[in-house]
Design a protein around this ligand. Structure first.
Ligand code: PGA
Length: 266
């Protein structure tokens, strides 16, 4: 795992956006896995800027979102569909038919999930999966105790996640208890994973996923077995990393071909 420590969330978002940009310049038909929540907002803002100012083209890009609440339609103000439209899709030249977000209103969840996996496969697999991390170490909505081999399926949210996400709803009562989420196995199949974490409230989860034991109690720790994960943190989120000095040293002394700007798609 490559750990990149940046001074601020904005600086972290910019490094992340450069990785996405580099992929798209080399592979305009790339498949991106996308995340929601507060964490990737700066990354989306920077990609939108690159689209407007630097001509970054999304016209051939295919996207798959990690998750969606069961019971919320695409139009619901707290749906992840709405979040993606408002924070990213409405501002770039992405083609509607290449956007995939789990359908929270599907009448047949197991069939929908199997189909979602098939669509990822048919698109050639995910080149770059963007991830946030929950305070409990979840990625997507794979809560602690999730199977590390899981694929897209229904999950029941933990009480803590419902509490953390109630800020997007008018009250905790309105937060759905169930979600459709890509599994840890789905995420592990992505060519590259890019996990962002900002702020001291994420420090414990970051240290556990990067340096702790691989355990279903911290689902993100499965990424230690992933062949190419880049973890971008700001100073507070990286505050409990034991090997921080080493990570800084590695980043400052990269051979040219390994620099973020030279990231190779498959
Ligand atoms: P956040 O959520 O980006 O809003 O902190 C991350 C997550 O729960 O995966």
């Amino acid at each position: 795992m490559e750990v990149i420590i940046q001074p601020t969330p904005i600086a972290g978002a910019k490094v992340g956006a450069r990785i996405v940009e580099n992929l798209l310049r080399k592979k305009p038909r790339a498949v991106l896995g996308l995340a929601t929540g507060s964490t990737p907002l700066g990354l989306y803002r920077e990609l939108i800027r690159m689209h407007h100012e630097d001509g970054l083209d999304f016209s051939q890009v295919t996207t798959f979102n990690l998750d969606e609440y069961v019971g919320l339609s695409a139009e619901h103000p707290a749906s992840y569909h709405r979040y993606m439209d408002e924070n990213f899709f409405d501002h770039v030249n992405i083609s509607q038919e290449r956007i995939h977000i789990p359908d929270g209103t599907t009448p047949d969840i197991p069939a929908f999930c199997a189909q979602y996996e098939a669509e990822i496969h048919n698109a050639g697999g995910i080149d770059l999966q963007i991830l946030g991390i929950g305070h409990d170490g979840h990625i997507g909505f794979n809560e602690p105790s999730s199977s590390l081999a899981s694929h897209t399926r229904i999950k029941t949210l933990a009480k803590e996640t419902i509490e953390a996400n109630q800020r997007f709803f008018s009250s905790a009562k309105e937060v759905p208890h169930h979600v459709i989420t890509m599994g840890i196995g789905t995420i592990m199949e992505a060519q590259t994973c890019l996990l962002l974490a900002f702020g001291d409230t994420k420090a414990q989860a970051v240290a556990a996923m990067a340096e702790g034991p691989v355990t279903a109690m911290c689902p993100a720790s499965a990424l230690q077995f992933h062949r190419q994960t880049v973890l971008i943190v700001d100073e507070p989120a990286g505050g409990l990393l034991k090997r921080a000095e080493y990570y800084r040293h590695v980043y400052a002394n990269k051979p040219k071909f390994q620099e973020v700007s030279s990231f190779m798609p498959r």
